[in-house]
Design a protein around this ligand. Structure first.
Ligand SMILES: [Zn+2]
Length: 227
């Protein structure tokens, strides 16, 4: 459509919206943008879709870079939740932070209490600022070195050692716990105690954990959300 190109899911101009046809039955719900809008990809990817297909559609310099996409994909993986419906066609979806989340693919409601970890990091070891990066916990979810240190990123430059998990989360006897595997400097800041490798810490609402005292080491704020 050249200079008339228009994003198929443009929020205010629906003139290029795809209308589901009768012979689309085999391709539903995938071709129905009302059932599965691009926003279900989560906040980080939605922002880049907007940049690419709206702001940057007729202005290529405004489009996201490959690095932007890579970072958004990595952060989005951390927002994934398993669907509670064992018959779900997808099995996983991006948690949307809403009060009553449902799986966009099968409509199964999300009905558990689960911890969300918000990452903070410091340039000087004193003042911690939010990283706009959160990890949604689920049973057997892992914590990796790139969560622990903001200087690391899971790309082709990551060392073999940094691909190994630092610990993992389990739901055990009605509580969520983090099992520390490799973090030598893990501190429970709230209760002022160290958690050595091989030990665990229960995740409670408001808990603050310093994952590493090293430069670029991250601080985590735990929230327990219920739905
Ligand atoms: Zn589902």
């Amino acid at each position: 459509m050249g200079e008339k190109a228009l994003f198929i899911e443009h929020p205010t101009d629906s003139s290029n919206r795809y209308v589901v046809q009768e012979n689309d039955q085999d391709f539903l719900p995938w071709v129905d943008t009302n059932a599965l809008p691009y926003a279900i990809m989560g906040p980080y990817l939605k922002k880049l879709f907007d940049q690419a297909f709206m702001a940057g559609l007729h202005h290529p310099p405004a489009r996201p870079t490959a690095d932007n996409w890579e970072e958004a994909l990595v952060k989005t993986i951390d927002l994934l939740q398993p669907c509670l419906n064992p018959g779900c066609v997808k099995g996983w979806y991006v948690f949307d932070n809403s009060a009553r989340p449902v799986c966009p693919y099968c409509g199964a409601p999300f009905r558990v209490q689960l911890p969300v970890l918000d990452f903070y990091s410091s340039r000087d070891g004193l003042n911690f600022r939010p990283d706009d990066h959160r990890l949604m916990v689920y049973h057997n979810q892992y914590l990796y070195p790139w969560h622990v240190n903001r200087g690391l990123f899971p790309n082709e430059r990551l060392s073999e050692a940094d691909k190994k998990p630092a610990g993992y989360f389990v739901f055990h006897k009605n509580r969520w716990i983090f099992i520390n595997q490799t973090l030598a400097g893990l501190q429970d800041v709230t209760n002022k105690r160290s958690i050595a490798p091989g030990n665990f810490v229960e995740l409670t609402n408001g808990l603050k954990l310093l994952l590493s005292p090293e430069k670029n080491g991250r601080l985590v704020h735990v929230s327990l959300i219920e739905a």
